[in-house]
Every structure is written in structure tokens, then in C-alpha cells.
Design a protein around this ligand. Structure first.
Ligand code: HEM
Length: 409
């Protein structure tokens, strides 16, 4: 398959037409000037360069060399045995990769183990919401980010979304684990591996005709601005939505949750001068970076369809599956993004969810007695549990690996 499906093209074309008719700038190109101040960052200062023009120089050059000299299988083989934070960097890695990993795996000086532990407890107690928001909600937002949808679609993993989601879940579950930043955890490993993967993609994707034709003039994918955009679909979106759902969160939990994602972004290669130091700074950056770039693409419609189809199959096979999953995805990201992603309307389930979900949340937070929870809430609850279990299991069986090619067309 060389390009996205005809259905995707039609839906995205329709949505683009509607956006144009309303005088709304379609997407991506309409990036506002970078005015977010590095004074609001973890570093507290910085050069002020627009992160749209910043990539990850050292590792990008390194991975370009690894791909060119045919070392990707060797590096992947060596990295397979590296699974725990406390394990030494594999000795059989080529010396240049090993040197880089040795440096890249170090936690920043500002990382605070107490707050990382508090975040781990929060991630576990709030795992139900976080898995849903990061997995399904974040997934639906990322397919509505044209640059990300296209990068994913035209890269190697785009051809096998089940495997890709499983690989991505590895990082999601590693960050949410009780041991995340403890010696027996694995987030340091998965984040550094992801940094290597992104660097390889920066070398490979410009060689993909499908990507080059649709990149809107971007020459190298996954700029630091793009990484931050995706970052906001994870912690920033999750925190905002949990607060909207009235999930009780203490100030210490909120600060710890931000901290674990600051450290993770640092390990993914984001310079500290771009990392928001507070939630206010994060929301301000998200408004500047994420909101203006959301929009419809044929690739995003296609990927959404594949993702929701898989979710329906895994969570509640049978006739209830897809309508429930469609309504849930719409509930999580709202009508505008759901329409851009081509998610079908499911009026019955949408009404049911809008009424049952707040009650399910209230019950889980001991704010509502059991008899007041409608039985349908348990169908939703069960579907989500299955979803989490499925990807948890799949994620454990797979490894994050550096691609050596783009999507085969
Ligand atoms: C790969 C996470 C930002 C595009 C991966 C992987 C993870 C990940 C865990 C490895 C799994 C896999 O190989 O499929 C993240 C996180 C991000 C982020 C946490 C930000 C906080 C981005 C952005 C783009 C992007 C902004 C594009 C605009 C890709 C691509 C792959 C990848 C194309 C490779 C898939 C392949 O092997 O073909 N990412 N990512 N990522 N990511 Fe990201």
C-alpha cells in the first residue's frame, strides 16, 4: 500500500474544506512565533532559539552513521539485552554508540528521587485514568497532529500498527511503573532507546517519497518543537483532563507527575531550556505549540481507523466493540478532533458515556455509592481493563528497536 486509503483522503479532504470555508487556517503551516520564555523552563534560561529549528545534533549524526555503515542489526542485537536501569551499557555495542548511551542514560542533576518516587505512586494509583488518557486519548491527539501522523505512517512501524502501539506502550508502561526510576525499573533504558530511534527516523524519513511530498516543507522530521507537541498530548493533556473529571490530586502529586515527565523528556533528548518548570508554563507552551498544529490528514484518518479497530477487537469483541470505542475516543478528545480523525458518530453510546463516565470516576474516587453507578459503566470499565492488559502483555513481548528502513510501499 503506497498511500493512505481513499476513505481517509475523502474525510480529511472534507474536513480541510470545512476548515477553509470557515476561514480557519488548515494546519501545521500556521505556526505562531516562538515567544515562550526559557525563564519558565527547568533550566531557567536559554538561547531562545525556536525549537522548530532544533533537532538532536550529536545523536542524529551518530545514527546516520550507524544506518549508513549497516550497523543497525548489530546495535539492535546488543540493545536487546539492556532492559533494566541498573544494567551496564551493553559492551558489544559499537564504541561510538556505547559512548553516547553512557552519557545519555545519566539523570540530570536536577532529578529528585523523592519526587520520582511520589510520581511512581501517583502513576500506579491513577493508572486507570493515565493509561486511558495516554494510550487512547494521547493516541487520538497524535493522529490529529499532521507531522506526527505522517512520520508514523511513512516510517517502518506505520505498516504494522499493532506492533508499533505495543512498542510505544513499552515506554508508557515503563514511565508508569512503580519502579520507573528505581534500579529495577526500565524507563531510562526505554527513553534512551527511543532517542536513538528518533535519530534514525530523522535520517531515514527524508528518503521516503511519501513523507517528502507531504511534509509541508519540513526537511528533517521530529524537531524539538515536534517532540514538545507530542509531550503535551501526554502529561499536559492527561493532567488537564483529570482535573476536568474532578479526580482529586494533591499539589505534591501534581508536582511529582510533572517532574517524572520533565526527567523523561530530558532523557528523550529535549534540552532543559524547553522543559516547562511548572504546569502554568506547560499549559502556556501547549497553547502555543500544540493547539495551532492540530488538523486533519488522510494519514491520520487511516491510522485512527486502524487503532480504533484494534482497540475494539481487543476490548469488547462483538457488536458493542467499535461503537463503544468510537464514542469513547470522541469523549476523550472532543468533537473537533474526532471529526478530523474521521471517527464515526455513535449517538447512543455518546449519550450513554457522557452520563456514565462522570459517575464511574466519582465511584472510583469514593465520591458516589455503588447503587448510583449505572451498570453500563462496568462494560466501559471492563473494556478498559482488557485494553490495558492487552498492551501490557504485548509491550512486554516486544522491544524498542532502531528501524533501518522506511515503510515498505
Ligand atoms: C518511535 C515515543 C515524539 C515519530 C517511538 C518509540 C517510542 C516513541 C516509545 C519507539 C516505538 C517504536 O519504535 O514504534 C515518543 C515520545 C515522544 C515522541 C514519548 C514525545 C514525547 C515523536 C514525534 C514524532 C515521532 C514528535 C514525529 C513527528 C516517531 C517515529 C517512530 C517513533 C516515526 C519510529 C517508528 C518506526 O520504527 O518506524 N516514539 N515519540 N515521535 N516515533 Fe516517537
Amino acid at each position: 500500500m503506497g498511500g493512505p486509503s481513499r476513505r481517509g483522503l475523502l474525510i480529511a479532504g472534507g474536513a480541510l474544506g470545512a476548515a477553509g470555508a470557515l476561514g480557519v487556517s488548515p494546519f501545521a503551516q500556521a505556526r505562531p512565533a516562538w515567544t515562550w520564555s526559557s525563564r519558565d523552563s527547568v533550566a531557567g534560561s536559554g538561547g531562545g532559539t525556536d525549537p522548530q529549528w532544533v533537532w538532536d545534533e550529536e545523536v542524529d549524526a551518530l545514527l546516520a552513521s550507524v544506518v549508513r555503515r549497516g550497523d543497525v542489526p548489530r546495535v539492535n542485537r546488543a540493545l536487546r539485552s539492556w532492559t533494566r536501569n541498573d544494567q551496564p551499557t551493553p559492551g558489544d555495542l559499537p564504541a561510538d554508540v556505547r559512548d553516547f548511551v553512557e552519557r545519555a542514560r545519566r539523570l540530570p542533576g536536577w532529578a529528585d528521587q523523592g519526587r520520582l518516587d511520589a510520581a511512581a505512586r501517583f502513576n500506579v494509583t491513577r493508572g486507570f485514568y493515565l493509561n486511558l488518557l495516554n494510550g487512547v486519548g494521547g493516541g487520538m491527539l497524535s493522529t490529529a497532529i499532521p507531522r506526527e501522523a505522517r512520520a508514523v505512517y511513512y516510517s517502518k512501524g506505520g505498516a504494522d500498527m499493532e506492533d508499533r502501539v505495543a512498542k510505544t506502550s513499552r515506554l508508557g508502561f515503563a514511565v508508569g511503573d512503580l519502579d520507573a526510576y528505581r534500579p529495577s525499573g526500565s524507563i531510562v533504558v526505554e527513553a534512551v532507546k527511543t532517542r536513538l530511534v528518533h535519530a534514525a527516523v530523522r535520517h531515514l524519513l527524508p528518503q521516503s517519497p511519501g513523507w517528502a511530498e507531504t511534509s509541508g516543507g519540513q526537511r528533517i522530521p521530529i524537531s524539538q518543537a515536534d517532540v514538545l507537541v507530542t509531550w503535551h498530548t501526554l502529561p499536559t493533556y492527561a493532567m488537564r483532563t483529570m482535573l476536568e473529571w474532578r479526580v482529586p490530586i494533591t499539589a505534591a502529586e501534581s508536582a511529582a507527575y510533572l517532574h517524572v515527565w520533565q526527567v523523561t523528556a530530558h532523557l528523550l533528548g529535549v534540552p532543559d531550556e524547553y522543559l516547562p518548570a511548572s504546569w502554568d508554563a506547560a499549559h502556556a507552551q501547549s497553547r502555543q505549540l500544540l493547539d495551532p498544529v492540530l488538523g486533519p490528514t488522510a494519514e491520520g484518518v487511516h491510522l485512527t481507523d486502524v487503532l480504533l479497530g484494534q482497540l475494539a477487537e481487543q476490548t469488547s469483541p462483538g457488536s458493542v466493540g467499535r461503537p463503544l470505542v468510537d464514542a469513547l475516543a470522541r469523549y476523550l478528545v472532543g468533537d473537533r478532533i474526532a471529526d478530523w480523525n474521521g471517527i464515526a458518530r455513535q449517538p447512543l453510546w455518546e449519550t450513554t458515556l457522557a452520563s456514565a463516565w462522570p459517575k464511574l470516576v466519582a465511584f472510583r474516587e469514593n465520591l458516589l455509592p455503588l447503587p448510583l453507578v449505572p451498570p453500563v459503566a462496568w462494560t466501559i470499565d471492563e473494556a478498559l481493563r482488557r485494553y490495558i492488559m492487552f498492551y501490557l502483555t504485548k509491550g512486554r513481548e516486544t522491544h524498542i528497536e532502531i528501524p533501518e528502513t522506511n515503510r515498505p510501499s
